[in-house]
Design a binder for this molecule. Structure first.
Ligand code: UTP
Length: 407
């Protein structure tokens, strides 16, 4: 793309300030900036204008497979799950493209060391958990790791240097997600430097299309993988490719299974599994009306009682059916490092603008059926979002200790 073409593209979305310092740049920097302009989708900025729109449908409860039912069927589910794993039909997808801004480390979140007396990295905890299943099934499971432009090199280098924490290298596959521009509250793209557009990973919703674009789905197809267990990097107790969960989803012929935890309180800040216009969906805690919080199921328990923990098992044939559908774009307030009009760089302490993300929960709503599958919170859910307080390094360490994990 040349200067004129870049200018014309930027003009369409009112972003010509991106070229403000063009004449000052070196030849290499000029080329770099032009290529960023070519690759950036500025149309996402339109979403700032529709930020407040709420197009949600009609919510209804969705029955969950609860612990007692799982316990009763566990042996049969596990046998079915192990059979699928041994046949190579299950793959795992680690979503590790996020910026982990709340944790405040410059490194990828998975590189965070939660150990106290020795090194225990988040990536290590996750891989150790997956290795439990590999050892039980006596079969390797393909692990796909999604990174972004911002953390790819550090992630791949770190895992290689640590010999994948005992995982077999041929079974680890990396792919990058796409980026989206970041903007101020008026929808003007921020610049990180005179030749760098401020951009961030475009959310965890684009993982499957990124797998397709990067050729990862060829690996999926070539290996006969029929189910993908997609999970977040930050839960250090995350059970991955859990044979009981896999078996239950196959048994119930669900297009997607979602691991869920019983809520601590009716107004707890978690997204809750439900139906929306008859299709699986996740209602955000702030969307729950009093009436929904008071609603009861046939056992007299709260009808909207199970929160998602970002651990989904998705059937590949169903993913292929929805891959061309556009996911809604979420406008999220974040802290965005930027260069001001005088050329000075800032790293803000408070949110100062918007990032644009698509979310995996919107993908769940595109699926024809879903099995919410209850797990015991204290055994399987120790998310690290913050340094201290709720969902933090501190709370996750306490939960690791409770589960006998040495730190
Ligand atoms: P979060 O919503 O916690 O976002 O991601 P984050 O970027 O990691 O952290 P904050 O909000 O900046 O503090 C949930 C999961 O989705 C992944 C994350 O890596 C994490 O596993 N994710 C998020 C992506 O893979 N890509 C993204 O663009 C965003």
């Amino acid at each position: 793309m040349n200067y004129q073409e870049a200018y014309a593209k930027l003009e369409k979305s009112g972003q010509t300030h991106v070229l403000k310092y063009f004449e000052e740049l070196s030849e290499a920097e000029k080329q770099d900036l032009l290529s960023q302009i070519e690759l950036t989708d500025f149309t996402v900025l339109e979403a700032c204008k529709h930020k407040e729109e709420n197009n949600r449908g009609e919510f209804a409860p969705l029955k969950c497979m609860e612990l007692d039912e799982i316990k009763a069927g566990a042996a049969a589910f596990e046998a079915k799950g192990l059979e699928a794993i041994r046949a190579g039909k299950v793959g795992a997808v680690l979503l590790a493209g996020g910026m982990g801004t709340r944790l405040g480390s410059d490194d990828p979140k998975g590189m965070y060391n939660i150990g106290l007396t020795k090194e225990v990295y988040i990536f290590q905890r996750i891989i150790e958990n997956l290795l439990d299943v590999v050892n039980k099934a006596d079969a390797w499971i393909h692990l796909f790791v999604m990174t972004s432009d911002k953390n790819h090199d550090k992630t791949t280098k770190f895992l290689k240097e640590h010999a994948y924490f005992g995982y077999k290298e041929e079974y680890v596959h990396f792919f990058k997600q796409s980026m989206a521009p970041a903007a101020d509250y008026n929808g003007n793209v921020y610049m990180e430097s005179k030749h760098t557009i401020s951009s961030s990973p475009n959310g965890n919703g684009g993982w499957y299309i990124s797998m397709v674009d990067s050729g990862m789905t060829d690996v999926v197809k070539a290996n006969g993988i029929e189910w993908l267990n997609c999970f977040a990097v930050d839960n250090v107790l995350q059970r991955i490719a859990d044979p009981v969960f896999v078996g239950a989803c196959i048994d119930r012929d669900a297009a997607v299974g979602a691991k869920v935890v019983r809520k601590n309180a009716p107004d707890e800040k978690v997204g809750v599994m439900c139906l929306e216009d008859g299709k699986p969906s996740i209602v955000e805690y702030y969307e729950l009306t009093q009436e929904m919080m008071d609603a009861k199921d046939e056992k007299g328990n709260p009808a909207y009682n199970f929160g998602v923990i970002l651990n989904y098992l998705l059937r590949v044939t169903d993913l292929d059916k929805i891959v061309s559908q556009k996911l809604p774009l979420h406008v999220v307030e974040k802290k965005i490092p930027y260069m001001d009009e005088t050329g000075v760089f800032h790293k803000p302490e408070e949110p100062n603008g918007y990032k644009f993300e698509s979310l995996i929960l919107d993908m769940i709503h595109m699926m024809p059926s879903c099995l919410p599958f209850e797990v015991e919170r204290n055994y399987e859910f120790a998310p690290i979002k913050n340094k201290t307080g709720i969902d933090s390094v501190e709370s996750a360490r306490a939960l690791c200790k409770e589960n006998g994990i040495e730190l």
